[in-house]
Design a protein around this ligand. Structure first.
Ligand code: SF4
Length: 299
């Protein structure tokens, strides 16, 4: 049976919560991203079937997250089984089911049954870079070959396209592409990702792979100006983002990234010409915005 870590956490709305359902640790993913939040974690696992034993009264969002939720058919079936139970029990409080995925295994899976789920669902496909060279550095701890990086990137693009083709006509299902790299504040960055060999900034729009540019264009057609026409970006929570203290886990990740030469930090705020112009900082409001957009399509 699928083992998960279930955490009830703040979703940013007063009196309401998000239920985070995390699948395992790094062993439970095809990739080993050096910035992965699950690195060396020793979580308390529960059976996924206990999800509906939780009190869902105050839950607005249920988010299935990494390791990788869509890793194999067994996990997909387990998620679906819980979603069928949940959709019979919720009484209108639940706004959105989020499935954060790298989409690599999607081509091998049968998940058409998601069409039978009537509650709003957001597939959030988390890309690992904007070009092959970034994939070389950001998908495994040690730099992978160009060929391996191309395989990972094309697997993600193919997975994104399959989800999009299957569900884009389904009013209760949305698909959101985002750049799943922890990064610093969009407005006042104090960290930046660089290539360890050239020290040049990553995510430079002049070097984006055409496939990434095409996906951003498709996303803008799907979501209009909800995300300001930018690529949604994961970020590090830093004092610059309004977090007075940085969590222990974030600190560990930052230290590991600095050691590997992928991240530089400055005490003063760094100007970063790419972030503000091309990236939309991901906070929980992306889910409220997506939920509102999906619900207006349903009604
Ligand atoms: S794809 Fe996601 S879950 Fe997998 S290693 Fe990378 S960050 Fe972690």
């Amino acid at each position: 049976m699928s083992q998960v870590v279930i955490t009830l956490q703040n979703c940013g709305c007063e009196n309401f919560k998000e239920l985070r359902v995390a699948f395992g640790d790094l062993n439970n993913c095809q990739l080993k991203c050096p910035f992965c939040f699950t690195l060396k974690q020793r979580p308390l696992y529960k059976e996924i079937s206990t999800l509906t034993n939780q009190n869902l009264d105050s839950v607005k969002i249920i988010r299935f997250t990494g390791g990788e939720p869509l890793l194999c058919q067994e996990q997909v079936d387990a998620i679906l089984q819980e979603l069928f139970k949940i959709q019979h029990h919720v009484d209108g409080n639940l706004d959105l089911i989020v499935i954060q995925t790298n989409a690599i295994a999607v081509k091998k899976l049968n998940f058409d049954v998601f069409r039978k789920i009537t509650i709003p669902i957001l597939f959030e496909v988390s890309f690992k870079g904007t070009n092959i060279k970034e994939y070389q550095y950001l998908t495994f701890k040690d730099c992978v070959t160009e060929k391996a990086a191309e395989k990972i990137m094309s697997g993600q693009v193919e997975g994104y396209r399959i989800i999009s083709e299957k569900f884009s006509m389904q009013p209760n299902i949305g698909i959101l592409a985002r750049l799943g790299i922890f990064h610093s504040s969009v407005k006042e960055p104090s960290f930046k990702f660089i290539f360890p060999d050239t020290h040049k900034l990553m995510f430079n729009p002049d070097s984006w792979d055409d496939r990434i540019s095409d996906i951003l264009e498709e996303q803008n057609n799907l979501w209009g100006d909800i995300f300001e026409g930018k690529f949604v970006l994961e970020k590090l929570k830093t004092p610059a983002d309004g977090s007075p203290v940085m969590g222990k886990r974030y600190k560990e990740i930052i230290e590991l990234l600095k050691l590997s030469g992928l991240l530089v930090e400055e005490k003063s705020k760094l100007p970063n010409q790419f972030q503000q112009k091309y990236f939309y900082k991901r906070g929980n409001e992306i889910y409220w915005k997506a939920a509102r957009a999906i619900s207006s399509k349903i009604n």
